[in-house]
Write a protein that binds this ligand. Structure first.
Ligand code: ATP
Ligand code: MG
Length: 669
């Protein structure tokens, strides 16, 4: 067995028979109008099958129906995964900002496009489609007047706010690519990304405000651009009223925008022109600058947004990811706007001013779909249910999770407490590379059964496969292995910026003919997928391969545990042994030795004796990326006592966490 998988209790098959009735009365024209003419498709399973076996037909119909084209495409796809050649909708021309704005302005100009949930609770700002188009056009004209051309790459270093979205869309309008850098990164990390993108223009704000603290973003940009000779101008928007030092290079963005025309001719872009670069979180190594193009990315973002979350017109979509990550790109900005939806831009933190922030916001903004990360859910459940119960969350219909495996305890709390046992939790697996969600519980059936902690079913047109060590396809169920994607899809990244060779080596060469994801998965008896963690993190104890997620899942089940990270370290006899880092909830009141023993017993009982951690280190916090993912590679190096080999730490959130852990580890040894 490659990896084993803990058993999961199955919920929500409340009525399989009810589902059967539903699928019998499946109205395809209501569900997906463009699929109504697909031959032989009379139920959901047939539609899924059609999207794979008639991929060209499926994607062409969806692309024609859902996007507004300046000129039509002549070729649906021209892809060769083994050579890293990926092209969709060639011959077609379109403009992404027109698809996200103009066409909705024609039909519903006063509809709210963005709700900017500012750091200060209760001070949200609503922006209509008409005013977002106005902002975008003025900014597009300003960029053009200041020399930004089609093909240039503009770096955006801003927290989530309407002007950040307008900046992304203004780039799309005039044909420039954008490179959004999370506004929590240091000057050095920012400079590296500006240099890699060769940006001559940077857009920022004077100061950021997060968790009640003012952050000097303009100063960070000043320091960063000192090391970036390519930068000729910095546009500065005012998030606060505090003036900042402006140099000759700096442009007062709002003031200059006022002088511009509110009509901006959209550039006619080829489907395969670059829309943006985006760097990955850096959980496994040096961040990769992935390149996404126009039509395929937008189509995939809008379709997944609509179907994975059952998004309906009029819903308020609350994705709390920062726009500096792919989740923010696809599900705060492009997906919802292309669907003409209302989307929330969350500027704050889950615990500001208190741990009820998300749920107070859900009540105030009447959010229907809430999309967040397991790290925040694990944090919030520590504070207790009353922070949720204080607020009326009855508008919620779907809860989403992304970024890491969601452990069952967190999943159940999210479902039971936040969703009041009534909202489906959709655990969505995908990557910066995939552009949009690939595996999720209910992509084609809003009533399908959901298994806690499982991403479950592929999206339309997606073909996940598991392979063995030699790259042979594992065809049976109840099996585990490296997760690959066997069929190209429109949303996939086209290359790594300036490094196509790295793209080919990372994703195409490991298992020729397949896109290699770097993650491991288990396929259950029923054919559902569960992500077991990153392959780099797989632990091999005496020949038994263990995913980190399954051990952590058991450890996290202990009521005293807030969260944990498990790694493997070399062991003379077993090859590798398991080492667990554990963060306890506050005021546990049980001696650490007793807890250690308890956790070991739990793992032995739930998985197997060989999975039992040899060492358990209690820590205050875990090293995480700025996007909230556990950096197990750093923990491995600490345990190997290879502090010189910690690798790229540019995306590490809090270096002090590593120092504490190093100290704790030395004390333990
Ligand atoms: P890097 O590639 O630089 O190491 P990263 O992989 O963390 O960074 P992202 O593209 O932001 O960068 O994250 C994608 C990864 O996050 C996936 O490959 C997977 O490991 C993890 N992930 C995302 N969603 C889920 C999920 N629902 N369940 C399990 N893992 C997930
Ligand atoms: Mg990755």
């Amino acid at each position: 067995m490659w990896l084993r998988c803990t058993s999961k209790c199955v919920f929500a098959s409340l009525s399989r028979s009810y589902n059967n009735v539903l699928s019998r009365s499946f109205n395809i024209a209501a569900f997906m109008p463009e699929a109504a003419g697909f031959e032989g498709v009379s139920d959901r399973a047939a539609l899924q099958e059609f999207s794979l076996s008639n991929s060209d037909h499926f994607w062409a119909a969806v692309a024609r129906h859902r996007l507004t084209w300046i000129s039509p495409f002549h070729t649906v796809q021209d892809c060769d995964l083994s050579r890293g050649r990926i092209k969709w909708f060639e011959g077609g021309k379109l403009n992404v900002s027109v698809n996200c704005l103009d066409r909705h302005v024609h039909t519903c100009p006063e509809k709210v496009a963005l709700i900017w949930e500012r750091d200060e609770p209760g001070s949200e700002v609503k922006v209509t489609y008409r005013s977002l188009l106005d902002m975008t056009c003025r900014l597009g004209n300003l960029l053009r007047r200041r020399g930004v051309k089609k093909g240039d790459c503009v770096t955006i270093y801003m927290p989530p706010c309407p002007l950040a979205v307008a900046s992304m869309l203004a780039c799309a309008r005039i044909g420039a690519a954008h490179n959004v850098v999370f506004a929590g990164f240091s000057a050095e990390a920012l400079a590296e990304r500006i240099r890699d993108a060769q940006s001559s223009t940077v857009i920022t704000v004077n100061q950021g405000v997060r968790g009640g603290r003012v952050i000097e973003l303009k100063k960070t940009v000043d320091t960063a651009v000192e090391g970036c000779p390519s930068v000729k101008q910095v546009f500065v928007a005012m998030r606060t009223e505090n003036p900042v030092v402006m140099t000759d290079r700096d442009v007062s963005m709002e003031e200059e925008m006022k002088l511009e025309d509110a009509v901006c001719e959209p550039a006619a872009m080829d489907s395969e022109d670059v829309l943006f670069l985006l760097y990955t979180s850096g959980s496994t190594g040096k961040p990769k600058g992935l390149v996404h193009t126009q039509a395929g990315y937008l189509l995939y973002a809008l379709l997944t947004h609509r179907y994975v979350f059952s998004y309906h017109d009029g819903d308020v979509f609350g994705c709390v990811a920062d726009i500096g990550w792919i989740t923010g790109h696809s599900y705060s900005v492009y997906g919802p706007l292309a669907n003409g939806g209302t989307t929330v831009l969350f500027e704050s933190t889950p615990v500001y001013p208190n741990p009820g922030r998300y749920w107070e916001m859900v009540q105030r903004l009447r959010i229907n779909q809430f999309y967040g990360a397991p790290t925040a859910i694990r944090l919030l459940l520590k504070y207790g249910d009353h922070w949720v119960h204080k607020y009326d969350c009855s508008t919620l219909k779907t809860l989403g999770s992304v970024g890491e495996p969601i452990n069952t305890e967190a999943w159940e709390w999210y479902h039971r407490v936040v969703g009041d046992g009534r909202c489906p939790v959709v655990d969505t697996w995908w990557q910066t590379e995939t552009g949009g969600i690939c595996i999720a519980p209910r992509p084609s059936d809003p009533d399908a059964e959901i298994v806690p902690g499982m991403a479950m079913r592929p999206f339309f047109g997606m073909k996940p496969v598991l392979v063995d060590g030699e790259g042979k396809l594992l065809t049976s169920n109840n099996t585990s292995g490296p997760l690959c994607l066997a069929q190209p899809w429109p949303g996939m990244a086209r290359t790594i910026h300036n490094n196509h060779q790295r793209f080919i080596e990372t994703y195409c060469q490991p298992y020729p003919g397949y896109f290699f994801t770097g993650d491991g998965a288990h396929r259950s008896e029923e054919g559902y997928y569960q992500i077991t963690g990153r392959l780099d993190d797989v632990i091999n104890v005496s020949g038994h391969r263990l995913g980190t997620a399954e051990i952590e899942d058991v450890v996290n089940h202990c009521p005293a545990v807030a969260e944990s990270a498990v790694i493997g370290y070399s062991h003379d006899v077993k090859g590798q042994a398991v080492y667990a880092f554990v963060v306890l909830k506050k005021e546990v009141g049980v001696p650490e030795e007793d807890l250690s023993q308890l956790l070991k017993d739990m793992v032995s009982k739930s998985i197997a004796k060989y999975a039992c951690p040899d060492q358990i280190q209690f820590v205050q916090r875990l090293p995480k990326t700025r996007s909230g993912k556990i950096m197990r590679r750093v923990l491995r190096k600490v345990v190997e006592q290879d502090l010189g080999g910690l690798g790229d730490l540019s995306t590490l959130d809090d270096p002090a966490a590593v120092q504490e852990i190093v100290q704790g580890h030395q004390d333990l040894c």
